[in-house]
Design a protein around this ligand. Sequence first.
Ligand SMILES: Nc1ncnc2c1ncn2[C@@H]1O[C@H](COP(=O)(O)OP(=O)(O)O)[C@@H](O)[C@H]1O
Ligand SMILES: O=P(O)(O)OC[C@H]1O[C@](O)(COP(=O)(O)O)[C@@H](O)[C@@H]1O
Length: 311
Amino acid sequence: MITAITLNAAIDQIYEVNSLEIGGVNRISTVTKDAGGKGMNVAKVLQASGATVDVGGFAGGANGEKICQLLTARALPNEMISIADENRVCLTILDGSDGRGTELLESGPVISRDEWSDMLKWLDKKSKTTKWFALSGSLPEGVPSDAYKQMINIIHLNGAKAVLDSSGHALKLGIEAKPFAIKPNEEEIAAILGKNDLSETDLIEAGKQFVATGIEHVCFSLGGNGALIINELGAYKITAPKIDVVNTVGSGDSFVGGLLYGFATGEDIEATYKRAVASGTSNAMHKAIGYIEINDVEAFMDEISIVRVEE
Ligand SMILES: Nc1ncnc2c1ncn2[C@@H]1O[C@H](COP(=O)(O)OP(=O)(O)O)[C@@H](O)[C@H]1O
Ligand SMILES: O=P(O)(O)OC[C@H]1O[C@](O)(COP(=O)(O)O)[C@@H](O)[C@@H]1O
């Protein structure tokens, strides 16, 4: 069993427009709604890969209710903790003229001290039986900034493992608890290292330092350039297949889904890295967020090259 946790769950809504005009009147051609926030997308990809997965997080108000209904419709079991405040909506505007997605992300509900304490109690119980966790996304207000650090410590005490995908302070503090793997994109790692531009050498150096602290897989996702992953054996450059991009929103989450599938099933590590990249790429070929075609993922895995760049 793998559990994907989204502390700031959302309704992921997509508006398709023919050509987005900032400051003008834009008519929406299609509206879609799904259970979202990063961990939800990870769960969808794990499910499509054939894993047994469930989800955790906070749910409240009409949006929280809708998220639970959308999860049930997908046959994704959820153990969401009830909150008084209402979940957020995250909007992607897909522009038909250039295929670009613009994201408008609400900050989310305010979590009370008791609700946070309920989350930690639930996690303590859950991690006694679940071996793998995805901890994904931003933190809602009210949750302590070291939320992921606290959660990873509980997960470790119960002998389970976590993959962390977050940003800013939440990621920086989460890293201190040495999760099994982290997956920052270029922007996220630059922000936590306090640098604007990072060369491949900089990334390898930073990755090695994280590995030295005890993080087993440091996965830098590089969009259309694939990924650079550092582990105790070295640094691996994994290419991404060339595709016609439809919507890259959710590609990072799909990468995490592929990665966790490989870890949890004990797949060969190079195949796991290829699966992660292939899952991110498959997602980018579709409008839906956290959507992969498993046949495409497996075909891409044969096509993707992986090169060890550092001894
Ligand atoms: N333009 C693209 N072409 C092919 N694959 C892509 C593209 N953009 C993203 N991907 C795939 O998705 C993965 C995650 O994308 P990335 O943009 O780095 O993550 P995030 O969504 O977290 O910013 C990449 O490692 C790659 O495998
Ligand atoms: O929790 P955050 O960081 O605010 O991000 C939420 C948003 O990130 C997404 O999960 C997409 O993330 P990625 O493109 O990084 O995979 C959206 O579906 C969601 O609305």
